[in-house]
Design a protein around this ligand. Structure first.
Ligand SMILES: Nc1nc2c(ncn2[C@@H]2O[C@H](COP(=O)(O)OP(=O)(O)OP(=O)(O)O)[C@@H](O)[C@H]2O)c(=O)[nH]1
Ligand SMILES: [Mg+2]
Length: 383
């Protein structure tokens, strides 16, 4: 089976009998991941059951519809473990009258596992909140049963501040764990999901930035990267060097509006914007910086007199604390300063990557992009 997620689908297939957990940051919308996986497999003809614990079946159906997914089909069913909490009865195929009764809940979940190819539990954390940690013993049985029945179990586990032991148990019982989280620095700038664990095949952990689209669901996100730096440092050249197609608005060899390029790289679809270098365009910098996800600062390594200006542009564009890397450009010229010399003169912290480049020959430009992407990914895990 496929999970129905961009990039991840290219990396892994889910064999029958496996348990996949979405480990979701509380501030990020996690339900849609389970819905998307369910929808993908409904579409592929598998018998799927969606277990709802915190939304009414009507809300579930409406949300599927909002994303443009048709679940009015015979191979889709709902286990309603919600209506009982609010004292409603249910018309769904599977119904738990008292969702806080762990035995009744567990027996019904087992029935769905026996009768379906895929069961999506939305969510295990709500079950723990309702029934206590006993749920975990039952979860263990569900995992075993899924394996015996060749059913796939997909679970949402929300990363509330649980006891570390609980989190470990859930992760251990899962054959694959996908983390879903936010990239934030005071405000949420973006969201990502990443493969944390897969035990049936050998793939390296990988993170994907995403956006929710209605209709459409989870889509790989296109981050905006800003390329800035002093006049004549090589910004336009850099943008053209990494882009398949790029447009610059130049007059007499200097940029008077923007450079815009598009890069498909490492599974990312990236829009790159180069700023003008001249000071008279500075008001644009703040606006552009506010929308960017990361900044590349290009400096002319032969012009230390431009470094104070470079520093100022960096401060303008990264004032929300955006991650940035520095390209020490024009390394081919005789008087080029080394990256370490530039770090000293610009007084940049030790952990800021400074990468030597010769933009007009394309040397080092992808290393710059790699460094920024790695920073963005690391950043997303740490914040
Ligand atoms: N020798 C050398 N020349 C470079 C390098 N990168 C860019 N150049 C040249 O430097 C000049 C300025 O490059 P641009 O890319 O236009 O610089 P810019 O930063 O966009 O300039 P503004 O938009 O006017 O601020 C051009 O003549 C480029 O060919 C490099 O690594 N080495
Ligand atoms: Mg330019």
């Amino acid at each position: 089976m496929k999970l129905g997620l961009p990039i991840i689908d290219e990396l892994i297939d889910v064999p029958a009998g496996k348990v996949v957990t979405y480990y979701v940051d509380p501030e990020v919308e996690g339900d849609v991941f389970l819905m998307q996986t369910t929808q993908k497999n409904v579409e592929d003809g598998y018998k799927c059951c969606f277990v709802t614990t915190s939304m009414s079946p009507m809300t579930v159906r409406n949300r599927f519809k909002e994303f443009g997914w048709d679940i009015n089909v015979e191979n889709f069913s709902i286990l309603d473990a919600y209506s009982g909490i609010v004292g409603d009865i249910s018309n769904e195929k599977y119904f738990v009258r008292d969702p806080s009764n762990v035995e009744e809940l567990s027996d019904t979940v087992k029935m769905t596992i026996a009768e379906n190819d895929l069961v999506a539990i939305c969510s295990l954390s709500t079950m723990i909140d309702l029934c206590g940690e006993d749920v975990l013993e039952h979860f263990k049985e569900w995992c075993k049963l899924a394996s015996l029945n060749d059913s796939v179990l997909v679970v949402q586990f929300i990363a509330w501040p649980y006891d570390e032991k609980i989190v470990e148990i859930v992760k251990d019982l899962s054959n694959a764990v996908i983390t879903v989280g936010g990239i934030h620095h005071r405000v949420i700038l973006g969201q990502y999901y990443g493969l944390l664990k897969v035990d049936w095949t050998d793939v390296k952990g990988k993170s994907v930035l995403f956006k929710l689209v209605k209709p459409g669901g989870v889509r790989a996100y296109i981050p905006k990267i800003l390329v800035t730096g002093p006049y004549n440092a090589g910004k336009s050249t850099f943008v053209h060097a990494i882009s398949e197609r790029a447009i610059s608005v130049d007059r007499l060899g200097t940029t008077v509006a923007l450079d815009h390029g598009h890069v498909e790289y490492r599974g990312f679809s990236i829009d790159v914007f180069g700023t003008p270098g001249q000071e008279r365009f500075d008001p644009i910098l703040k606006v552009l910086g506010g929308e960017a996800l990361g900044v590349i600062l290009i400096v002319d390594s032969t012009k230390p007199e431009s470094f104070p200006r470079a520093k100022k542009m960096l401060e303008e564009t990264t004032r929300f604390g955006l991650p940035y890397v520095v390209a020490a450009n024009k390394q081919d010229l005789p008087n080029a300063l080394s990256p370490e010399e530039i770090r000293k003169r610009m007084n940049l912290p030790d952990d800021v990557p400074i990468i030597p480049t010769v933009a007009n020959k394309g040397i080092g430009v992808y290393e710059v992009l790699d460094a920024l992407i790695d920073l963005l990914m690391r950043w997303s895990y740490e914040h």
